[in-house]
Design a protein around this ligand. Structure first.
Ligand code: UN1
Length: 496
């Protein structure tokens, strides 16, 4: 089979890894389908990309922000024109169904529109000085060269969450896409290049996390790292970046709970749970992986949920009748299978699924059955650890307060959802659920780009994407202009 070979983008030039080595990008629905060979880069490639970004920063930072935004607007138009093609490329390399990859490209389109407007805001603050004839203000400055490390589950949306705000703020970027899904990042960056982004402003270096990723995190000329991935890798990123005092934004795991109270609209709660748990094959950091059921609805919900989970059509996401695509690679299948073993050993009850799908249309892909466990208690690992697959744990509770306590009893805190018709409970949940995102009567997935995205506890380190990204990709500078024509000493000359 013939397939294209892709290169790194460094200083506007497409270059192979200096080692000459490549990695194959395989279709997870059909591992015999090779999408392309991508560079397997090491520290020297990263160093070249960082040097290019550093050089480009000298001029890019001086381009007026509204002009930078106009390039993003042109990139937006290119994404709109190519939405279907980019969605198909993404389903082929990542697996999720076409409706969802169209949504992923749309999320990048939305992000572009949002950030384009920021090019004419990027507001600072002016404030009175304590001294007469003195003007005080604070302005946002770019950080410099930023390193972006992105995951495979939203291979265009998440790079856009990082690249677009970083660029509009005047930073230059080196992005290392996930090894499973580099093509979607190429499509995104190509749109920026075609829109007129100057050479070196965005550079792509492909490679593994332990080689290219680590080199980016450790490079002394990289001023900030924005990472989305697992909490275990995020912890390493933070530790290594600390050696050179980089700003680090981490967006990591989740174990997101949907709570269903007795008074909920059960049909709605079922639709939400099915979409939240099995959309994207459970491979979202916002995926619903715990469903907390109040005792009055537990039996009916469970029966209807399992009946619907069993009917979900699992297959190649390019087939429009398929509802659940493959997992991204064989390791993810192993993880799902391992957690089935763990849950069974812990005494959870398997209600459906539990196995990899093989044979027939599933022969060459990484498919796993939608899997539901009941009888799960808060101490079990299946109730606490992220699976990142189509595996969901049902748990029961008696009171609302107990549900909140269970929801909060884990290390993660990304997304939560409550189904109820009781407005008092809804407001208490908005206040008391320990999470960066709380939905009322909607599933745990489906965040919009212009709200803050991120989580608490082991999910994040305090930063937010969306609303909040510009805070990460800019640094404040305080500026004082004294027009009194004399030395004025703060805290001294005007003190009583
Ligand atoms: C992720 O899973 O890493 O809110 C991001 C959502 C999507 C983004 C998910 N808009 O589910």
């Amino acid at each position: 089979m013939t397939y294209p070979t892709y290169h790194n983008l460094i200083g506007g030039q497409w270059l192979p890894a200096t080692s000459g080595k490549t990695m194959l990008n395989l279709n997870p629905a059909d591992q015999s389908d090779v999408i392309g060979a991508f560079p397997s880069s090491h520290a020297e490639d990263v160093a070249a990309a960082v040097a290019a970004a550093k050089q480009a920063f000298a001029t890019w930072r001086l381009v007026p922000a509204p002009k930078r935004a106009e390039i993003l607007l042109r990139a937006h138009d290119i994404l709109v024109q190519n939405k279907e093609k980019f969605a198909r490329d993404m389903t082929r390399e990542m697996g999720k169904v076409l409706a969802e990859t169209r949504g992923d490209v749309q999320e990048a389109i939305d992000e572009a529109l949002y950030v384009v407007g920021e090019g004419r805001r990027l507001f600072g603050v002016t404030t009175p000085s304590e001294l007469p004839d003195k003007f005080a203000m604070s302005v946002r400055m770019p950080v410099g060269v930023v390193g972006l490390i992105t995951p495979w589950n939203f291979p265009m949306a998440i790079p856009s969450w990082k690249l677009f705000p970083a660029l509009v703020a005047g930073n230059t970027c080196v992005i290392k896409p996930a090894t499973d899904t580099p093509l979607s990042t190429y499509n995104l960056v190509q749109a920026l290049v075609d829109a007129g982004l100057p050479p070196g402003v965005v550079n792509i270096v492909c490679g593994t996390g332990s080689t290219a990723g680590a080199a980016l995190v450790e490079h002394p000329d990289v001023r900030a790292i924005s990472f989305t991935g697992s909490s275990s890798v995020g912890s390493l990123v933070a530790q290594r970046a600390a050696a050179t005092f980089k700003q680090v934004s981490l967006e990591m795991g989740g174990k997101n709970a949907q709570i269903v109270l007795d008074d909920a609209n059960l049909d709605l709660a079922l639709d939400g749970a099915l979409w939240g748990a099995f959309g994207t094959t459970g491979q979202r950091c916002t995926a619903t992986s715990r469903i907390l059921l109040q005792k009055g609805v537990a039996a009916e919900f469970t029966e209807r949920f399992v009946a619907r989970a069993k009917k979900l059509k699992v297959g190649n996401g390019l087939d429009e009748s398929v509802e659940v695509g493959p997992q991204v690679n064989a390791n993810q299948i192993e993880t799902s299978a391992r957690y089935v073993e763990i849950a069974l050993a812990e005494g959870a009850k398997l209600l459906c699924g539990g196995h990899a799908l093989t044979g027939g249309a599933h022969t060459h892909g990484n498919f796993f059955e939608p899997t539901v466990f009941a009888g799960v208690t808060p101490q079990m690992r299946i109730a606490r650890e992220e699976v990142f697959g189509p595996v969901v744990a049902l748990m029961e509770f008696a009171t609302f307060e107990e549900a909140v306590a269970i929801a909060n009893s884990i290390d993660y805190g990304l997304s939560t959802s409550l189904y109820t018709r009781n407005v008092n409970r809804a407001f208490a949940a908005m206040r008391d659920l320990e999470a960066g995102i709380t939905y009322i009567n909607a599933p745990t997935i489906g965040a919009e780009v212009h709200l803050p995205f991120g989580g608490v506890k082991h999910t994040g380190n305090g930063h937010r994407e969306g609303l909040g990204a510009l805070d990460f990709f800019t640094t404040w500078k305080a500026v004082y202009v004294d027009y009194s024509d004399k030395l004025q000493r703060a805290q001294i000359d005007n003190a009583e």
